[in-house]
Every structure is written in C-alpha cells, then in structure tokens.
Design a protein around this ligand. Structure first.
Ligand code: GLC
Length: 496
C-alpha cells in the first residue's frame, strides 16, 4: 500500500471511529432522554393516583362539607345553595314558556310548548349563539344586552308563527350556571364568576334585575318566572321524565351537582317548611377542596395562573375546561426537560388553553394502528410534526392518566352525594336512583364517561350498584328551566 493510500485508510478509520463515537453519544443521549421522559410520565401517573381507598376518603370529606354547608351560610367551601325549588315538575305543566340557558361560551334560547300530563313536551325550538370572548370580561350591561338582543331576534322571528295572547306577558326560565345566592325562585345575586368569566360589575348584582333591564332596553316584553342553575334545571327536566331522578350532575366546561334534600336537614333554611318537605340544593361542588385530592405541580401552576386562584379546585381537576390544559402543561414539561419534541420547544405548546379537551378526547380515542389522529392533532394544533409512534403512545397514555383521574374523582363526588342521601345502600322496596347527567364532557368523552360509571359502580358494590342508573338528559337544563317557569307562572291561578 502506498503512503497516500495508507493515509486515506488511517483518516477513513479515524472518521469511522469518530462517527461511531458520535452515534453512541447520541444514542446514549436519546436513550437518556427517553428514560427521563418515562420517569416524568411515571411520576405524573403516581401523583394522579386515585385508589378506591382514597376515593372513599374524598367522598367522606365531601359529605362532611355538605353537612357544614347546609348548617350555616359560609360554613363550608361548598355553598350548598338553596334553589327555592321545593316542588319539582310533576308532568302537569302546560303552556308556552321560554328558556335562556347561559353557562359557558355558548348560550341557547328556547321556546317550549308543554302539553300537561297527556302530551308532555309537545314542541321545542331553539337558537344558539356563542358569547364573544371580549364580553366574558367586559361589563355586565354589555353581556346582558348581547343576550337580550339574541332573545329579541328569536321572539321577533317566532312572531310570524305564534302570537302571544293579549294582556299576557311571555314568561322565561333563566338558567344561569354560575354561583348565585337566591332570594326567591326568581331573584338572586351573583356570588362570583367561574369558567373563565370575569365581569366585575356583575358580582353582587341581582341577575334577574340585570337581565330584565336589558330585555326592556331591547324592547322585549318578558317576565323572568324562574332563575335556576343548570344542575337544578337538569334535575327538574330529569324529574319531569322520570320520578326516580333525585340527583343531577353536570360535566361540561364546568362541573357541579344538585340533589333533593330533606328540608329539615337544612339548618340554614329559615323559611316556612315546604309542603313537599324537600328542597333542591345546588351544591356548587366545583369549589370542593380536600387534602385527599391528588394535586400535582401542574394543577397548582394552572390554578395560580387562573382568573380564580384557590377557587374551584375540584372543578379544575375534573371538568372540560381544564383537562386539555393540564395535558398541555405535562407535554410542555416533557418538551423542555427531555427534548421530547426535538431540540426546540414547540412555540405553540407554550400557549395556555391551546389544547382543548375535545381534541384531547379525539387523541385518547384514536384506534388507528399508527395513531393517525394523534399525529394530526399534534400537527394542526401544536405544529409538531414527525413524532414517532412510541411518542404518540406516550401522548395517549397522558390523556388516559389525566382523564381517568378526573372521571374517578367525579365518581367519588357522586358516591359522596349518594352517601349523604342514604342512597348508597339498597332499599328493600326496590327503589331506583336515577342520576340525571348532562354536559359535553359526559356526552362526548366516552372513555371519561365509561370510567366514571364503572368507578361509581365499584364504589357502591354490586348490590347497590344495580339500583343506580345514569341517564343522559340532553339539554335537560333548558327544558327544566321552562318547566320551572311554568310551575311558577303568574297565570297559574287562571288555569286552576
Ligand atoms: C360551574 C358553575 C356552576 C355550574 C357548573 C356547570 O361550576 O359555578 O354554577 O353549575 O359550572 O355548568
């Protein structure tokens, strides 16, 4: 071999050795990164742990808070608000009533024709609109004017087909799904906003006075006959179709529950004892908090940066507004600490609330062999491309951890309510307990729903589990509000 040839061979060997060394380093680096990523996921999973024993402690803590909230105003983080609904619909309700359903970024206007015992809900029409984000933190007048305007358009439109009898005002059931301290069935002041709303001048105001003023400004002649929370509306709507409904749970943007309580078990109720002996209670369980809740650093950071730090802790663990955001935070940490999505942290991943729960749900339910939906969502929402199948599997795993924690905690909440009302044990008379459910999370996130139902049945045990039934009432809260407007109508006497 000539000198040149030897030199080339030496250089060649050196290059091969160097390249091999680089490869080993890179491999070590990437396997080290992978190990770090796995460790991070495992740690998150452990911190989210909800073994049955812990769920039972949470349910017990909830029942203790329920008692405290019923005993005195401000006695607990659970407001246990008195709804003034002491008679749930019987089926006799008749007439045409309106409902306005405001609880999140969308609201609905409904017209419901009730046909009494024989005909039930004869007909319903609705219009839907979204609340422009600017109005969620603007002024009270701006929000209520916007809603009144939509209602005015709805009424104007129907005037072509339906004429309101002369001398009779239209009557409305207003589902306002925020914490309200009621003073009667059709008045109540807003305690505080939740679910991303923050309109300071509305807090402490009577919601019915505000909407009535806005309706006047927009020339709509309408009387608010009932002001209800969506849980109370769902309870009423559910009861109308099934007398065994005694609990209602909303799992949507926010989460909350209502149930029928014995009036005598409400020490803070100083009004006359209702004839029925019962009162529907809006728990506002979103604000529940307990040392048993499995909170992680991601939850604490999300809470600290939220519009309502320290509030709605249970809601922030279980409801649709927050699940996707928790997932985003975990993915961001993976990207920052383990270069999970490449050397650069994807810019979009830093944007709060960019990953919505419906997208998370779509990824969680991806059944394709190569997790195509996960790939699509990562690309379209977060601008992350070229992920390996292995990494996409981690994303699905994180969806599962976050959603299962939420669903199992919501199940503990339901178990707590059943315990408080003595419905966690089988009745000899074969009585059934129907839980009226509504909300987009329950309706669309199948894995969440399945996990929730399975956990409630596990906690109840086989015998009692079989007496509890979950029933989805789509838009039960709107119909429920119309039904309650009917039972509190000004013209009720005339019908008797
Ligand atoms: C939030 C509201 C509550 C409502 C729930 C579901 O928790 O505070 O009033 O019922 O969301 O919409």
């Amino acid at each position: 071999m000539g000198k040149v040839a030897v030199g080339v061979a030496v250089i060649g060997t050196a290059a091969v050795v160097a390249a091999a060394a680089l490869l080993v380093r890179q491999r070590m680096k990437s396997s080290g990164r992978w190990a770090c990523a796995r460790a991070l996921v495992k740690e998150f999973e452990e911190k989210c742990g909800t073994p049955d024993a812990r769920l039972k402690q949470i349910a017990d803590a909830l029942t203790v808070e329920m008692h405290a909230g019923l005993a005195s105003e401000g006695g607990s983080k659970l407001k246990m608000l008195i709804s003034y609904v002491d008679n749930l619909p019987t089926g006799d309700e008749e007439g045409i009533f309106y409902a306005l359903d405001l609880g999140g970024t969308n609201f609905r206007v409904l017209r419901v024709e009730l046909g009494g015992r024989e005909r039930g809900v004869v007909h319903q029409e609705f219009a839907e609109a979204s609340i422009p984000p600017a109005l969620m933190s603007g002024s009270s007048d701006a929000l209520f004017d916007y809603i009144a305007e939509k209602l005015a358009a709805f009424v104007a439109d129907e005037e072509r087909i339906y004429e309101q009898p002369a001398g009779k005002e239209r009557e409305l059931g207003f589902t306002f799904s925020f914490p309200v301290m009621q003073n009667s069935i059709n008045s109540g002041t807003l305690i505080r906003w939740t679910k991303g709303f923050s309109i300071d001048d509305a807090v402490g105001q009577d919601v019915v006075v505000e909407i009535t003023k806005a309706l006047k400004r927009k020339g709509v002649d309408m009387r608010v006959a009932a002001l209800v929370n969506d849980t109370i509306g769902t309870l009423a709507g559910g009861r109308h179709s099934n007398p065994d409904v005694s609990v209602a749970v909303i799992l949507g943007t926010g989460s909350n529950a209502a149930y029928v309580e014995r009036a005598q078990a409400i020490p803070k109720w100083h009004g006359p004892l209702p004839k029925s002996g019962e009162m529907a209670i809006n728990m506002e369980w979103g604000n529940f908090r307990s040392s048993h809740l499995p909170l992680t650093e991601y939850d604490s950071a999300m809470d600290a940066e939220s519009l309502n730090p320290g509030e709605q802790i249970f809601e922030k663990l279980i409801s649709g507004m927050y699940l996707g955001e928790v997932l985003r935070r975990v993915l961001l940490r993976l990207a920052e600490e383990t270069c999970f999505f490449g050397d650069e942290v994807p810019a979009k991943l830093k944007s709060p609330f960019i990953l919505r729960t419906p997208e998370m749900s779509a990824m969680h339910h991806d059944t394709s062999a190569d997790l195509k939906v996960v790939d699509d969502k990562l690309r379209s929402i977060l601008e992350i491309s070229h992920t390996s199948l292995k990494k996409r599997r981690v994303v699905v795993e994180l969806c599962d951890i976050t959603a299962s924690r939420g669903a199992r905690l919501a199940a503990a909440g339901i178990f707590g309510v059943l315990k408080k009302t003595g419905k966690d044990v089988v009745k000899d008379n074969g009585e059934k307990t129907i839980i009226a459910m509504d909300g987009g999370l329950f309706e669309h996130y199948t894995e969440y729903r399945k996990c929730l139902e399975k956990t409630v049945f596990e906690l109840l045990g086989d015998t009692t589990g079989s007496s509890v039934v979950f029933q989805h009432y789509n838009d039960g809260s709107g119909i429920g509000a119309a039904l309650l407007a009917a039972s509190h109508s000004l013209y009720l006497e005339e019908k008797l």
